[in-house]
Design a protein around this ligand. Structure first.
Ligand SMILES: NC(=O)c1ccc[n+]([C@@H]2O[C@H](COP(=O)([O-])OP(=O)(O)OC[C@H]3O[C@@H](n4cnc5c(N)ncnc54)[C@H](O)[C@@H]3O)[C@@H](O)[C@H]2O)c1
Length: 663
């Protein structure tokens, strides 16, 4: 039922700006205020980050007292413009980077959004000269730091702030600015510090929706550490009501805890979810590595807000049931969330925030809507190398798996064109399968050195540099042809070159440029360098396929080498992107296989009449321009990450010869 503010108490806002409105908590607050207070105008601002969705605002989108603006709070011009043009008198500031796991990966994004973004809002309020009558700053229980397990006294609002992780540190930093603007400029602020919230609309990187979605898929629920950490959970609608109360009756300059005394261990939450889905806890739960730091408990004194007239209404069992019902009825709300469901998701942020543009709209246009849909799942690849072998296969793989992707239109060495691609595609990850390898083989590079440098050195480094700047993970298909057997890695010894080894083969110009670039890429933290070698695929009609090549040569050398079976390893590169793998990886199947062993398989599986001739390296040197590298790569690192990875011989049989035989 519509309410008037006088029924609620003394403060009567006119035009409220709600930041982060398409996110979880703020969407519930926005929907509630739009519905219950038709006389208030609600302006919702959100940059539509990976964790937000305009669908969260469906209940109020057609209301005349609602307006949505897509934009970033760090943009001072936008914020000033909104405050003036919308005649804002009240701000409810929810926008933030909120996922603790991500803050261990990229805390600068947290400082930028949570501290700098709040600072921008405060400064803009100051400049309106007293037109802002109420600024509600939304903070978190985590700013108090960990509570002693033994105590039964919750943190009162006057407690010291002792944050322990980068997320809570930025939230505490923002609070300090709010406090300072209240004292220095008399800004009418109120701060809230809330316990964990759960319910519909929450992006599934957070514990409860993640457990519910995993249980729905019949997958294991990962528990960080031993699951003994305790958290207090409030149902989203109760929290929306708390904000309603604070908006109308909160006292300026005060801080309010939004809390509950009911606590439960993470393990208890998992057990309750299992029970609701009829799963056996023993089978459905798995214990995974803990976070770098995981507070044991956040316990709040909840009396102050109770005195203002608010109380928790929804019992845990009821809230959890409602949440489960909502996720089962809306399984695709967030699109492909496989990234978020990982035990330690590190979602690439900043990809969707662009400093150069913002847009205003009364309602969402369809184009905007589709942009949101694509970003909400968190997975969208920008692939370079469309006309290349690996780039082409990657695109097909994405198509088959329903992963959104687009090919880059720009040239790698042209910084501007790459920036345009990123702006257009808004990717979650960039794959670089572009570069020159030489046609028909690497000898081409010996006579085309500047072209080789332009693509393989300038291009790759430019792309890496942009990805670093934009916080995007770049999966770079590099080469393992930068090593050759030496006295420490003798042929047949089983001792392979490791990821940390320095390249020792620069015999060809191609390998020389690749080795140089690999050395420089180590300085970029957002690059995952995949050392591919002698790629093989099930498509024997492709002249680039190593098996196709050697089966057509008049004579072949017979040396054992590490090789890459693309049919098995390209899907792994996608999984690595999802897992946020970085650094150098030997991207070959474990072990080595000799040319003759491959040709024997070729004869046995495909052509009993097949014959070939060998020659030695000296003879080979007479028919090629640049020397070739032969080596064994140590496959341990990749095998440890993907224990199911097949040895090179088994992989060739499974992915190449068996299917071709059947055909
Ligand atoms: N979820 C909880 O359990 C919980 C508990 C206590 C406090 N909080 C606080 O409540 C607030 C909302 O949390 P939530 O769980 O709803 O978060 P959420 O991650 O679901 O939503 C955050 C929203 O902010 C938007 N956003 C982020 N940076 C922005 C920017 N620079 N400009 C414009 N929009 C931006 C995002 O697009 C998203 O829609 C946060 O300030 C958080 O610190 C959350």
């Amino acid at each position: 039922m519509a309410k008037s503010s006088s029924e609620q108490g003394s403060y009567a806002p006119k035009n409220i700006l709600i930041t982060g409105a398409a996110g979880f908590i703020a969407s519930h607050v926005t929907n509630r205020l739009v519905k219950n207070y038709p006389s208030y105008r609600i302006v919702a601002l959100d940059k539509l980050d990976y964790c937000s969705s305009l669908k969260n605002l469906n209940p109020c989108r057609s209301s005349p007292n609602f307006k949505f603006i897509k934009g970033d709070i760090v943009c001072i011009d936008l914020v000033n413009h909104i405050l003036i043009s919308e005649e804002i008198d009240t701000i409810m500031h929810f926008a933030a980077q909120t996922h603790v796991d991500n803050s261990f990966g990229n805390s600068f994004e947290f400082t930028n959004n949570n501290v700098y973004g709040t600072h921008v809002l405060l400064e803009a309020c100051k400049d309106t000269q007293n037109r802002i009558k109420r600024f509600i700053h939304v903070s978190t229980d985590e700013v108090y730091g960990e509570t002693d397990m033994e105590t039964d006294i919750g943190n009162p609002e006057a407690s010291q702030l002792l944050p322990t992780n980068p997320y809570s540190a930025t939230k505490a930093g923002a609070e300090m600015l709010v406090m300072a603007y209240h004292r220095s400029y008399g800004l009418p602020t109120i701060t809230t510090r809330g316990n964990n919230v759960y319910g519909p609309n929450q992006y599934p990187e957070k514990l409860i929706p993640k457990f519910v979605l995993l249980a729905m898929k019949g997958e294991k629920l990962p528990i960080h550490g031993n699951g003994s950490n305790v958290r207090s959970y409030l149902y989203c609608e109760d929290v929306a009501e708390a904000f309603d109360v604070i908006l109308h009756r909160g006292v300026l300059g005060h801080v309010y805890n939004i809390g509950t005394k009911k606590e439960r261990r993470v393990l208890d939450v998992a057990e309750d979810v299992c029970r609701l889905f009829g799963l056996s806890t023993k089978e459905a739960i798995s214990f995974v590595q803990d976070r770098p730091f995981n507070d044991q408990r956040y316990f709040l004194d909840d009396q102050k807000l109770k005195k203002l007239g608010w109380d928790e209404r929804t019992p845990w069992e009821e809230g959890l049931k409602k949440t489960m019902k909502w996720y089962t009825e809306n399984p695709n709300w967030w699109g492909d969330v496989s990234l978020a469901l990982h035990p330690h998701p590190r979602i690439s942020m900043g990809a969707h925030s662009n400093d150069e543009s913002w847009s205003l709209q009364n309602e969402t246009a369809t184009t905007k809507e589709s942009a949101v849909e694509s970003s909400s799942g968190g997975l969208k690849f920008l692939i370079y190398g469309r006309t290349g072998w690996i780039g082409g296969l990657l695109g097909k793989l994405c198509e088959d798996r329903g992963i959104e992707f687009e090919y880059g239109r720009g040239r790698l060495e042209d910084r501007r064109s790459i920036m345009e691609d990123i702006k257009r595609v808004r990717p979650s990850h960039v794959f670089n399968a572009a570069g020159v390898t030489g046609r028909p083989n690497v000898d081409w590079c010996e006579s085309h050195k500047t072209e080789t440098i332009r693509a393989n050195v300038v291009g790759t480094l430019t792309l890496a540099d942009i990805c670093e700047e934009k916080n995007l993970l770049m999966m770079n298909f590099a080469t393992g042809c930068i090593f050759e057997y030496d006295k420490d890695h003798l042929q047949g010894s089983g001792i392979g070159f490791k990821e940390e080894d320095t390249p020792n083969f620069t015999g060809s110009f191609y390998s020389k440029t690749k080795a140089m670039v690999e050395g420089l890429l180590k300085e970029y933290k957002h690059v995952c360098n995949l050392r591919v070698r002698m790629p093989i695929s099930s498509d024997l009609g492709n002249p680039r396929n190593f098996i196709t090549k050697i089966s057509s040569y008049q004579k072949v050398v017979n040396i054992p080498n590490s090789m890459t079976v693309l049919d098995e390893l390209l899907p792994i590169s996608i999984e690595m992107a999802k897992r946020g793998c970085r650094g150098i990886w030997n991207f070959t199947n474990p072990g080595v296989i000799s040319h003759n062993e491959i040709l024997e398989l070729y004869r046995d599986y495909l052509d009993p009449q097949f014959k070939w001739e060998n020659f030695d390296l000296e003879e080979q040197a007479k028919v090629i321009v640049a020397p070739r590298s032969n080596n064994e790569m140590d496959g341990w690192k990749l095998k440890k990450e993907f224990p199911e990875l097949l040895s090179i011989k088994d992989s060739i049989i499974k992915y190449v010869f068996e299917p071709n035989k059947k055909a």
